[in-house]
Design a protein around this ligand. Structure first.
Ligand code: AMP
Ligand code: GLY
Length: 423
């Protein structure tokens, strides 16, 4: 088969690496890709939002299956454009990607179908939101409705902070049109878990659990980022919790989307909070997590191309997913200054150290080739993943491997997987 992957981050590198293991994959393309993905795929200089050009490329090169990794093209309707051209594509249509694209939609869906989530109100009028806050309990959570690079969520401790937040989101449009509508939500406490799943419109198969580290600094300080590191599995995600979520959250979400006339095909990422009152949904994403994919996919035994095809063909009920009985930790190497301001174009050394080393991976997030060398080309530069027989050894291995790579302004968190010690 010829397979096209759309995206250019660490997640897409992990997907390309996993697809390359499949005996079914004869040729892999990635648009636009990055310097690491080139090892497995022919990178094509078409941007992820250029749907018509991508579809034309897929037709011209007789691509059998396209896999969309990123949220923006999915929410923008890339799948609809491909399907209209008769192309096979893994990912939700626009009317289903709204599960990630609109927080107000996803909250209303959960309310309508009794799926556990934080209590909330949504607003399209800033004055109404401001009035509502006068009687609210603090802390409280404000969320811009639309996509905001993972930064559209504000946790406010006081009324003043919350009022400023409403003004930033709805009046100053800090996150652009994402702030035309806003969700105000009850603040939840507990352990966060990411559960990714494959969905074919009717059936759902969950992958092994993971935990992300969203803040930029050690000890969960600093700004929210796309994710600074992950570990898998989460020791807090027990069999009992999984049983509950399968019955009360996962299948009901898939059924709800089907009942709404928005059958979901692709990956649903459940962002959960394990609260004292049981698991609740913090958010849905319509794609693999980044850097969750970098710890989940290296542990996956099942041929991912078979799973992608089963999702597209509606035969996922015939698939059982298998994962290795071990653990993985991913530490993101970023450019100092991320997520605000950082330099690019710094030469990266030491990448060869990963070659031929079983259980160690370096996934490229923001890299490019310049004069024959691999250089930094983004805030998140690399994801260093290592496996181990348990979480602690995976963490030791990952932090060892972090030292193999060097570039100017290399920055990483030193406490990825600290929660493991509390399990
Ligand atoms: P989201 O983009 O919805 O995942 O939110 C980003 C982060 O904000 C989450 O990973 C949580 O750490 C935090 N968060 C979101 N919603 C809540 C909530 N209702 N209570 C507490 N923290 C939250
Ligand atoms: N790591 C969180 C996300 O992909 O949204």
């Amino acid at each position: 088969m010829k397979i096209l992957i759309v995206g250019s981050g660490g997640r897409e590198h992990a997907i390309a690496w996993k697809v390359a293991q499949s005996p079914k994959a004869e040729k892999i393309y990635c648009a636009p890709g990055n310097a690491g993905i080139e090892e497995y795929a022919e990178c094509v200089p078409i941007k992820a939002m250029e749907f018509e050009r991508l579809a034309a490329f897929a037709k011209e090169h007789q691509v059998d299956l396209t896999v969309v990794g990123m949220d923006d093209p999915l929410v923008g309707g890339i799948v609809d454009v491909f399907e209209a051209e008769g192309l096979r594509v893994f990912g939700p249509r626009k009317n289903a990607a709204i599960l990630e694209g609109s927080k107000a939609f996803s909250k209303d869906l959960m309310k309508k179908y009794g799926i556990p989530t934080a209590a909330y109100e949504s607003f399209t009028d800033a004055d109404e939101a401001l009035r509502y806050l006068e009687t609210a309990k603090f802390p409280i959570v404000l969320k811009a409705d639309g996509l905001a690079l993972g930064k559209g969520v504000l946790i406010c401790n006081t009324l003043e902070e919350a009022k400023d937040g409403v003004r930033e989101i709805m009046l100053d449009k800090k996150f652009g049109i994402a702030g035309n509508c806003m969700v105000v939500e009850e603040f939840l406490t507990g352990r966060e878990v990411s559960v990714l799943s494959f969905v074919d419109g009717k059936a759902i198969r969950t992958m092994t659990s993971a935990q992300d580290h969203k803040r930029a600094g050690d000890g969960d300080t600093g700004l929210n980022t796309g994710g600074m590191g992950t570990f898998s599995p989460s020791p807090f995600y027990t069999k009992e919790i999984d049983d509950f979520c399968q019955k009360a959250i996962y299948q009901p979400t898939v059924d709800a989307m089907a009942a709404e006339g928005r059958p979901f095909q692709g990956v649903i990422f459940f962002g959960l909070m394990l609260t004292a009152d049981g698991p609740k949904v913090l958010e849905y994403n319509a794609r693999f997590g980044d850097p969750e994919a970098q710890v989940v996919l290296p542990r996956m035994r099942t041929d991912i191309v078979e799973v992608f095809e089963a999702c597209v063909d509606g035969t996922l009920d015939q698939i059982s997913l298998e994962f290795e009985d071990n653990a993985a930790v991913c530490v993101v190497l970023a450019s100092d200054g991320y997520p605000v301001q950082y330099e690019k174009g710094k030469a990266i050394d030491g990448l060869d150290a990963f070659k031929g080393r079983d259980g160690y991976y370096v996934f490229h997030a923001g890299t490019a080739k310049k004069d024959g060398r691999i250089v930094t080309n983004g805030g998140r530069v690399l994801g260093v993943t290592a496996k181990g027989e348990d979480l602690k050894s995976a963490r030791t291995n990952a932090y060892q491997a972090v030292e193999w790579v060097s570039f100017e302004n290399k920055y990483f968190r030193h406490d990825i997987g600290k929660a493991i010690d509390e399990a």
